[in-house]
Design a protein around this ligand. Sequence first.
Ligand code: 5AD
Ligand code: SF4
Length: 481
Amino acid sequence: MGSQSEWKEVMNRAPEKEPDRQRYFMARCREIIEHRKQELGRELTFNDQTFGCQMNFKDSEKLNGILEEIGYVRTDSEKADFVYYNTCTVRENANIRVYGRLGTLKTYKKANPEMIIAMCGCMMQEPEEVEKVRNTFRFVDVVFGTHNIYKLAELLYRALSGKSRIFDVWDKAEEIIEDLPSDRKISFKAGVNIMFGCNNFCSYCIVPYVRGRERSRKPEDILEEVRKLAAEGVKEIMFLGQNVNSYGKTLKDPVTFADLLRMAEQVEGIERIRFMTSHPKDLSDELIEVMAASKKICRHLHLPVQSGSDRILKMMNRHYTKEQYLGLVEKLRKAVPDLSLTTDIIVGFPGETEEDIEETIDVVRKARYDSAFTFIYSRRSGTPAAKIEDNTPDRVIHDRFDRVLAVVNEVAKEQNAAMQGKTGLVLAEGIDEKDPSMLTGRLSNNNVVHFKADPSLIGQIVPVVLEEARGFYYIGRLEDA
Ligand code: 5AD
Ligand code: SF4
């Protein structure tokens, strides 16, 4: 595609400044794609395979926005002309899943010479994984990391116009680039990044190594995005960050997370505000006050406890004790009585004993979680915990995991039963997959409700009588229906 000198010319003419540089490469890619479409007499398609947390899904929206701008059309099939895997590495099984699936792409690529395969995300921030892709998965064309997703158009331009494989992974982020396209699948709900990275270095966690140091977006940039989303019809926003409670601390003009929420609340059209994830050590009284007084901030808090044992919490570098955590829960419950609390728990941290696990079970009973994600500890190389010797048999860890899970389920069921018979406001999000005559939606406290209603209500907030609590969800009826 084009001669070497043409390519050089295009590269030389590229603006230095972002996002102008990426806009320029989007235009160059669009020319190439347009030309290929003419030659092939068909559309060129893309497919995204996203693993992991909300951050990754948000990153994929940005990548998809760029791909659509370039002229690719989205497809659900992996037999596409551009396929990317946005990977997760928080636990080892996430890596295994990625490599398990990647193999099938090789046969698709043999059948379609147009196909470009890219890998990005957290796994690609680990040098040994990049080497594995370089040597074992030779059909992967483009590899980039978490810090340069905004550069997709430039990388793609090089892939479309050259023949060599492209590896571009940065070990840290530069500035935050604003004003690039983004593509949402849902019209009435949107995630908004407020910060990137994490400075906490919990001893088991790889995130600070693959997502880099904490950086907050400026409040004016965030609010502008929220206003734009409201104008597009978005009713619910979710502020995203690894540790939203320390938002704004590193800005030139520091702002608190509570300040940001107060400002976002003023945006007309936005009816619900959620956020994720909170670290207990940074959750301020000011935030509790703002939540209590707010009509828009949802009655849900995801507050990862990880363990109930002071000894393990210390080894995890979490900076709080069981008593402090439960004190915080009490304060929250008093200020926001209808709050639903969820958490993350790790079972099997190196050296965890029977006594430690009893403390964790005790926290579940006392904090009364509405639900909890329970994980088996996964050793991540490079983290401090990976160096701790442990000879607890897997059988014992699995047994403890099952016991924690049983209590989580028992408590969640009791919690959810408490709202049975009451009426709640539900954002209708879509048609129920199991029963197409029903809609599925969420209460302010994030609980799921299935109820019979017309699909025209999707995207609206409607009153629903919660007739029957069924463990983790409700069967409801539209009020006055
Ligand atoms: N092993 C198991 N679970 C982990 N998490 C993070 N790192 C690990 C690990 N090495 C869990 C924590 C965190 C959630 C996103 O993933 O509970 O809150
Ligand atoms: Fe990982 Fe801890 Fe940061 Fe969460 S707060 S991303 S668990 S290091």
